[in-house]
Ligand binder design. Structure first.
Ligand SMILES: [Zn+2]
Length: 384
């Protein structure tokens, strides 16, 4: 009974299948549907573990988002048109945030999934929401392919339950700016983002602590598994052990892998699994989100592997035929999709990277991140 209740929950939705941002957009590719298909083909999810994501209501969304922005997003879906005033003000149909058939329902489903995850973990537990992780979304505008910010909404859900000490860990190649800004100066939510420096949105520099309760690790081009291991052991884990959070939310954008077209980082998916494995036991509540990721094979293999970590499943040396068929069924219009390497079809785990020396700038970034850490909120309360 207890074991059954404690097994991780996977929240997905069929809305992602066949939904695309348009043929020329980086999000033309299927991601959540492929990850779910791969997980199922591996036999890694019991029916009782799966929950269909509810769609967040406008009332739920306006806990963070501006009502006129939500109304504009619903209007854009209904009409498939955006008045120039809405385009300028809300960045819908502009700046990489296209109008597409599910432009309200799809992000609202992602938000509903993360809100459900916060509810399901009220008394502890582990939930994976691969459709979540839209970390750039702003209260009153779309940003960076993100219309809503499900991560912020989920964190607000936890705060609403009375939690006072939450850690948000963002592994996406891009800075988790929307989440950091939403909790600027809030001692209850500590945000930690590891991302490529000098890349859009050009925020999240090493000295940016957002009022004290944030740290940023802007890593250089070529960031690899050896360096990710250093960051894990010399920044992420020390920060978590210092803060002792009641809950951890991880945004696992899969765009920091070497073969992603939108970053110049060079991780394998082994680095993601290693980080999750080390972090997952450090708080009684864990929500794992998706995020970026623009190579369809990499995203599905990375996220399926992370679900495996949550469940204690090691990647098989070679995928079973049904799982291989899922990956062979993908197509990708970019050049790298014309002749994909065989291991994108036949394996879940990337080949191990040979260890390399960790660059001094990585070590320096970690040392900076540990400087002047705030005391955990409980400790402040007991002093008061
Ligand atoms: Zn990203």
């Amino acid at each position: 009974m207890l074991g059954l209740r404690m097994s991780p929950t996977l929240i997905g939705s069929e809305i992602y299948r066949g939904s695309t941002y348009g043929p020329k957009h980086p999000l033309a590719i299927p991601r959540v549907s492929t990850a779910l298909d791969l997980i199922r083909a591996l036999g890694w999810v019991e029916p009782a573990q799966y929950r269909d994501s509810p769609r967040a209501t406008p009332e739920q969304l306006t806990r963070f988002h501006a009502p006129d922005y939500i109304a504009a997003l619903m209007r854009a879906e209904a009409t498939q048109l955006v008045p120039e005033a809405d385009r300028a003000r809300f960045h819908i149909g502009a700046h990489g945030n296209p109008v597409y058939p599910e432009v309200f329902r799809r992000p609202a489903t992602g938000a509903g999934g993360t809100l459900l995850a916060a509810e399901l973990t009220r008394h502890g537990g582990v939930v994976h929401v691969p459709g979540g992780g839209t970390h750039h979304g702003r209260p009153d505008r779309a940003s960076g392919f993100c219309y809503l910010n499900d991560a912020v909404l989920g964190l607000m859900g936890w705060l609403g339950q009375g939690l006072t000490n939450i850690l948000y860990l963002d592994l996406d190649a891009h800075h988790g700016d929307g989440v950091q800004d939403a909790f600027h100066g809030d001692p209850s939510v500590f945000t930690l983002s590891v991302h490529e420096g000098a890349r859009w949105p050009f925020t999240g520099e090493a000295g940016d602590v957002a009022g004290g309760h944030a740290r940023n690790i802007p890593v250089p081009e070529g960031y690899n598994d050896s360096e990710a291991g250093w960051v894990l052991h010399h920044a992420i884990l020390p920060i978590i052990r210092h803060l002792r959070p009641q809950a951890i939310m991880i945004q696992a954008g899969a765009d920091a892998v070497a073969e992603d077209p939108l970053s110049r980082l060079a991780l394998s998916n082994n680095a993601y699994r290693a980080t999750l494995a080390a972090v997952m036991g450090l708080a009684p509540r864990l929500i794992l989100l998706g995020g970026g990721g623009y190579n369809p094979w990499s995203v599905a293999r990375c996220w399926a592997g992370l679900w495996g970590v949550l469940n204690g499943f090691a990647p098989p040396a070679r995928l079973p035929p049904a799982a291989e068929a899922v990956l062979r069924g993908l197509t990708w219009a970019r050049a790298a999709g014309r002749n994909p390497p065989e291991h994108w079809f036949t394996t879940l785990a990337d080949p191990p990277q040979p260890p390399v020396p960790v660059r001094p700038e990585i070590r320096a970034l970690c040392a900076t991140a540990l400087r002047d850490l705030p005391e955990p909120p409980e400790a402040m309360e007991s002093v008061a």
